[in-house]
Design a protein around this ligand. Structure first.
Ligand SMILES: Nc1ncnc2c1ncn2[C@@H]1O[C@H](COP(=O)(O)OP(=O)(O)OP(=O)(O)O)[C@@H](O)[C@H]1O
Length: 357
């Protein structure tokens, strides 16, 4: 008896079922492999509501970790003692390293690998401990993001540990990291640790001649400076770093005066009156200067805003309400907003730095 041919729709259903079975079987082998790992819950189970509320973990319902697993924070604080093997690595290279070294999640590395992992972990812990002790000894680092206290007599010895402990942002490139000794070229400029941190991240080995000439006079002696140097010689940071340095010093002084008052810190974070106005002849230059200053100020609370034509005035007015301390603008748009009576742009009583490029 000839069997009845299935209709096209029946055919499709059968194929879907087969496919489903295949996926299920591969999923079950995957999940049994995952289940075979040594998971141990680390969710505190003394709070019965933690599961529903997400506990203190900010929305995680349950957390588990694999015993003896090697993991690290990507984009978070990393440990770096200055030697090559401890050098912070970006998410990408960390992934690469793990893939080539540790094998896959199934852990086929064997006992030897486990032992090595354990040993490595112990060593790391000890290093961490030593580093902590060293840090405590040195006292709170001047100008650190948390403490915001203490003025900057930043020697490179002071600066380096702070710089090396800095969280690695996703855009920080490995190849931009310098060796400890290489920062010595900046030592005599006595820049704030937070600025040194940016310089370190930018990978600038030494100040350029125009920077060497301008920074001490403008940042520490309060002199007016007229500088001239060829294109691409680093003029932007030659005037930008002194502005940032002075603003950071002033913020710290203000915070110290009202020590312990959260309000002062909040004020500093929220911006303030206009302190620096940089005028450039073209939009492109304004945007370039503004980007450059932003990257130098990235570890501080100082805000930099470009005010140029070709962008929505409403948006710029909105951004001005955040009270950025530094504005880089072109004359046309600056004048337009000033004529409209923008509060931040016309209240110039606190303006201390004016740069024309
Ligand atoms: N100390 C430094 N070491 C290495 N590179 C630096 C240093 N300072 C600045 N740079 C880089 O040099 C490039 C040129 O810097 P900058 O734009 O400040 O030059 P400029 O003199 O203002 O040029 P222009 O007159 O064309 O505007 C930028 O990419 C900047 O990041």
């Amino acid at each position: 008896m000839a069997s009845e041919k299935p209709s096209p729709s029946e055919n499709q259903t059968m194929m879907k079922r087969k496919k489903g079975r295949r996926i299920r079987s591969s999923m079950s082998s995957e999940s049994s492999r995952i289940d075979s790992l040594q998971w141990s819950a680390n969710q505190p189970d003394d709070d019965p509501f933690a599961f529903f509320a997400g506990g203190d973990e900010g929305g995680f319902l349950s957390l588990e970790e694999i015993d003896e697993s090697e993991y690290g924070f990507i984009g978070g604080a990393t440990e770096f003692d200055g030697d090559e093997e401890e050098r912070p690595i970006s998410g990408k290279s960390r992934k690469r390293k793990r893939r080539s070294g540790d094998g896959d999640l199934g852990g086929e590395g064997g006992e030897e690998g486990k032992e090595e992992n354990k040993k490595g972990k112990k060593e790391k812990k000890e290093k961490k401990k030593k580093k902590k002790q060293k840090k405590n000894k040195e006292g709170s680092l001047k100008g650190s993001e948390e403490s915001k206290g203490g003025l900057v007599e930043g020697t490179v010895q002071d600066i380096v540990p702070e710089v090396l402990d800095a969280p690695i942002s996703s855009d920080a490139k490995d190849d931009s990291l310098l060796d400890e000794e290489e920062l010595y070229a900046w030592k005599e400029l006595r820049l704030h640790p937070l600025l040194m941190k940016s310089i370190y991240r930018l990978g600038f080995r030494e100040p350029t001649p125009i920077q060497k000439a301008c920074i001490p006079a403008a940042a520490h002696q309060g002199k007016d400076v007229i500088g001239a140097a060829e294109t691409g010689s680093g003029k932007t940071l030659a005037f930008g770093l002194p502005i940032l340095q002075r603003l950071l010093e002033e913020q710290e002084k203000a915070t110290r005066l009202i020590e312990g008052e959260v309000k002062a810190i909040e004020e500093a974070v929220r911006g303030g009156p206009l302190r620096a106005l940089i005028v450039t002849p073209t939009r492109e230059l304004a945007l370039q200067v503004s980007d450059h200053l932003k990257s130098a100020a990235r570890f501080t609370h100082i805000q930099v805003l470009p005010i140029v034509g070709g962008m929505s005035t409403e948006k710029q007015e909105r951004l001005l309400r955040r009270k950025p301390e530094i504005i880089v603008g072109t004359p046309g748009r600056l004048w337009e907003l000033m004529s409209r009576g923008d509060g931040h742009l016309i209240e110039l009583h606190s303006l201390s730095f004016f740069c024309a490029r």
